[in-house]
Design a binder for this molecule. Structure first.
Ligand code: SF4
Length: 242
């Protein structure tokens, strides 16, 4: 007869590392039915037929600089600063070989001025030295500019060149696409993928502008004005105020 070995359970030591529970992937959004999406697009067209980028610019380069400046800053403030800035710095070379201390002072009202100065000068230098003074026209190339990520790439390619390679996902687009149940992701890259899968490509540029306009004018972060919202009948967000 064999004797059964007693198995003793090891007590976890005080310092044992806790393995973080894996986050379940976000459930696919229920609101992505093509008919519902088409209705949302139609309502956005009704409310904002002329939605466009609110950063004042005369060319792709100025839009790139303004978009870099707009991080954590309002478009109104950026436009105030660039009104003077673009009189002094008229071409990429001017920014590329600027006096950094002077530029920092000039863009200070937009916040994060040291990092923004580095990005502006770095991006301008690459544009001058690698791209013959022209803002590149592909996402792959534009992402090689210092301080430029997908959001800025989409703003510049979409608005300045009319090239739709993605959807701008800023704070308004993150909030609204979740409230409208077009995504259940929080990560901008995943949200962009979710939106690209359900919005027709020929609407990508306009859709970004319209959602940003709606976020600024009606569907604010704290107190959305749901009583004034023409998407109200399609929206079942828990943040609704009606
Ligand atoms: S109903 Fe309210 S929460 Fe829904 S989209 Fe309109 S403003 Fe935003």
């Amino acid at each position: 007869m064999t004797s059964k070995k007693k198995t003793t359970k090891k007590k976890p030591t005080k310092h044992a590392k806790k393995v973080p529970a894996k986050k379940a992937p976000a459930k696919p959004a229920a609101g992505t039915n093509p008919q519902r999406v088409a209705s949302i697009l139609a309502k956005l067209d009704e409310a904002y037929p002329n939605a466009t980028c609110e950063l004042k610019h005369e060319n792709a380069f100025q839009l790139l600089i303004s978009t870099i400046l707009s991080a954590q800053c309002t478009d109104v403030r950026v436009n105030q600063v660039t009104q003077e800035l673009y009189k002094k710095y008229t071409k990429p070379e001017d920014f590329a070989y600027a006096n950094p201390a002077e530029l920092e002072k000039e863009i200070r009202p937009t916040g994060f001025f040291r990092n923004k100065t580095k990005s502006i000068m770095g991006a301008s230098k690459v544009i001058v030295e690698k791209f013959a003074g022209q803002v590149p026209r592909t996402m792959e190339e534009i992402l090689t500019l210092p301080g430029v990520a997908r959001k800025t790439g989409n703003v510049v390619l979409g608005t300045a060149y009319g090239i739709a390679v993605g959807i701008v996902v800023d704070t308004h687009v993150i909030r609204l696409s979740n409230r409208l149940d077009l995504t259940r992701n929080e990560d901008p890259k995943k949200i962009e993928q979710d939106l690209m899968a359900i919005i027709p490509q020929n609407r990508w540029i306009k859709f970004s502008h319209q959602l940003i306009w709606h976020g600024r004018r009606v569907c604010a972060a704290r107190k959305p004005k749901c009583a004034e919202c023409n998407l109200e009948s399609l929206c079942y967000s828990k943040d609704k105020t009606t």
